[in-house]
Design a protein around this ligand. Structure first.
Ligand SMILES: [Zn+2]
Length: 346
């Protein structure tokens, strides 16, 4: 884990590397970014360099400390996951007073810190306010607004930014050997999150969702009401309105399992991408920039059949359905009304 291995995030890397160069390390950092955006990689690249015997701005990868980092066995690096108030007291506050074993620093990487209760955060606050000279605490959060203002004001916050599509697509093709047409869909869908793109590249559920999008768009033109209602029911059983709340182990060596499922809002995003392709093809007759480039025949047929007004209207209806889901309309009801109204407007 080195800074060089991390794609993009130049601002954060520059900040941390200049802190390393000037030996001006803060006692507390917040690394803020959505799930799968690479927060832990960034934290570990920083800590590896910080503790490396070379004392440079990048870890050497070969010294004893670097080895211990790579095997998650460093005596001066503690992983703490969504700690309760008692765990904060035991694993951080009570532990940080013991001097580092072999390094100049003692580091705590707190994952899922946004899950900490107010009490747990208040317990941590004391240590963040008066840390020992060698103490460094990294809070990894999906949403920094869930941390108390008093914590946030004492930490340096580093925000993970979405990557550009040009940074994601080549990586999928080169490193994960994803075919070009699939890389387009994954990139469009990942919205700047490489971790998500990589997960979806291996996902069976994603492949099925793509097929369902094509099936729906082909079928919706010649369905009767009963068939539309049946399809809505079937899709709402496959694609749930919200993801199951992710569970995570308190064991830092356990790999995080994200269930292989596509949520209904994600399915609707795929549907939006489909109709945008149809619109794009209708307007330009070009296939460059097309996401579902493997389904050209079907896109062409629909582009010929649908006028601009209907396409705009369908895209708006899908967005409306997404909003309904946010206000807790059931998936089946929302899909029902979407399919019936698309069908009527064809
Ligand atoms: Zn090293």
């Amino acid at each position: 884990m080195t800074f060089a291995e991390i794609i993009g995030q130049e601002e954060i890397k520059n900040h941390l590397q200049s802190a390393l160069q000037q030996h001006k390390i803060s006692h507390a950092y917040i690394i803020n970014g959505e799930a799968e955006s690479g927060k832990k990689l960034m934290a570990e690249a920083f800590v590896a360099a910080l503790l490396c015997a070379e004392e440079g701005i990048e870890s050497c990868g070969v010294c004893k400390s670097c080895h211990q980092m790579l095997t998650h066995n460093h005596p001066d690096v503690k992983y703490v996951i969504a700690p309760t108030v008692d765990e904060v007291r035991e694993q951080i506050n009570g532990d940080i007073i013991v001097k580092p074993y072999s390094s100049k620093h003692k580091v705590y990487i707190v994952e899922h810190a946004e899950e900490m209760t107010v009490n747990a955060q208040n317990a941590l606050l004391k240590t963040i306010e008066e840390p020992p000279e060698y103490g460094v605490i990294l809070l990894l959060v999906n949403n920094d607004q869930r941390l108390l203002q008093t914590i946030r004001s004492r930490c340096v916050t580093l925000n993970i930014k979405p990557l550009r599509d040009e940074q994601i697509k080549p990586r999928l093709i080169e490193t994960f050997h994803v075919p070009d047409y699939e890389a387009n869909v994954l990139t469009a869908f990942a919205q700047g999150n490489l971790g998500r793109a990589v997960r979806l590249a291996k996902s069976e559920a994603f492949v099925e969702a793509r097929k369902d999008v094509m099936r729906l768009s082909a079928k919706v033109t010649n369905m009767n009401d009963a068939e539309a209602i049946e399809l809505a029911k079937e899709l709402s059983e496959t694609y749930k309105s919200s993801r199951k709340k992710q569970t995570y182990s308190k064991d830092p060596n356990a790999t995080e399992e994200i269930p292989d499922e596509i949520s209904l809002p994600e399915f609707l995003d795929l549907l939006v991408v489909w109709y945008r392709d149809v619109l794009l093809y209708k307007a330009s007759q070009k296939t460059s920039g097309m996401i579902y480039s493997d389904a050209l025949h079907q896109i062409r047929t629909q582009a010929a059949k649908l006028d601009y007004e209907t396409l705009e209207w369908i895209l708006k209806s899908i967005e409306k359905t997404k909003r309904q889901l946010q206000s807790n309309v059931s998936g089946e009801v929302a899909l029902d009304s979407l399919l019936l109204s698309i069908k009527e407007n064809y």
